[in-house]
Write a protein that binds this ligand. Sequence first.
Ligand SMILES: Cc1cc2nc3c(=O)[nH]c(=O)nc-3n(C[C@H](O)[C@H](O)[C@H](O)COP(=O)(O)OP(=O)(O)OC[C@H]3O[C@@H](n4cnc5c(N)ncnc54)[C@H](O)[C@@H]3O)c2cc1C
Length: 396
Amino acid sequence: MEQLEQFREEVRAWLEENCPKSMCSPMTGDEDACWGGRKFSYQSDEQKLWLERMAQKGWTVPEWPKEYGGGGLSRAESKILQQEMSRLGCRAPLTSLGVIMLAPALFKFASEAQKLEHLPKIASGEIRWCQGYSEPGAGSDLASLQTSALDKGDHYLVNGSKIWTSYGDMADWIFCLVRTDPKAPKRDGISFLLFDMTTEGVSTAPIQLLSGASPFCQTFFDAVKVPRENLVGELNRGWTVAKYLLQHERNMAASLGRSGSGKKKPIEQVALETLGEKDGEIADPVLRQKLARFHIREQAFTLTMQRVGDEMKAGADPGPASSLLKYYGSETNKERHELNLLIRGMDSLGWEGEVFDEGRVARSWLRSKANSIEGGTSEIQLNIIAKRVLGLPSSS
Ligand SMILES: Cc1cc2nc3c(=O)[nH]c(=O)nc-3n(C[C@H](O)[C@H](O)[C@H](O)COP(=O)(O)OP(=O)(O)OC[C@H]3O[C@@H](n4cnc5c(N)ncnc54)[C@H](O)[C@@H]3O)c2cc1C
């Protein structure tokens, strides 16, 4: 106990000395996130410095072993680090699909050489990853994917196309599902490959979202040579890796938009500032009631996510219950944006110009609609919950 208290003091002193001022102010939106990678334009020198300092301590991934770029902290120590970061309002030093999605799969399925090669570069933010799962003909029915990888001895020859590849044009490497046995039943002929986006034959074409942003691409592979050692897990057993990774992706998606220190402003505070206060309460009684209901649901969900997070850190696999969290989390985030619009009124629909903050509110409201599509649609999560969590009979 004493040791932990001493650790807390050390962490507090280190953070106070090393977290740059602008990195302990609330994020104003998704564009404040630090993604790292070779192509990333840092918002400021302080953002870069914060990432470098935290990565040097291994605190971008505090509980990973030190040999993989982590901090080697115990769960209790890591919690203290989180608490002290929250206390000071520190921003997350790194937002990374590598950390949240790929790394858990590498820890479970990759060879030691693959772990040593890739995990430290994920932890330091040196390499940014994208996900090559969906294809023009394979979204909800992902196992129908057709991108092929032919065995050429020392390499696989990859041909095909992926779609909705988030930040494909900004990523350095891709983790990709490919068909290695076209004759096998569809889930049995898939493998999980890693490759460099600068490999000859890889190209990307950005696609624009309804919000006006262009966060994803169609990604093309034209005779891409992928070294044999970049296969993760067994040949033709990639579906197992893919599903495991998806469970982690869904847990991440579930936590979208939850407020907290260093993150977005709590919606109740937005309401107080916009609608004013009457007798110490939000002035509009109807909205106050809606917000109270939302707040209770959000708090219950936050606690559930914390419990699941602790269980996962203790070694539990997320399992199909991650669909429950994904469903609830994305629907909750959509509701938060609906409430935000109700609070701010017609002005929030402004699309361009300084007075409307370049349409920040409207654009993020539209962006939130994609939450119940990305990482698997809400309908698909409900199917999984019905079948795998509740054990209801399937119609097919
Ligand atoms: C913002 C965003 C980012 C994304 N990023 C990535 C990424 O980085 N990498 C990647 O690989 N993919 C990514 N995706 C793709 C995403 O995983 C797919 O869009 C999603 O799985 C749905 O597939 P689809 O678009 O082909 O829709 P479809 O599968 O064609 O579904 C269309 C509609 O039919 C419904 N439906 C389909 N099958 C069933 C069923 N069996 N029961 C009930 N309803 C059903 C769906 O719920 C949906 O409403 C992203 C998507 C979005 C929106």
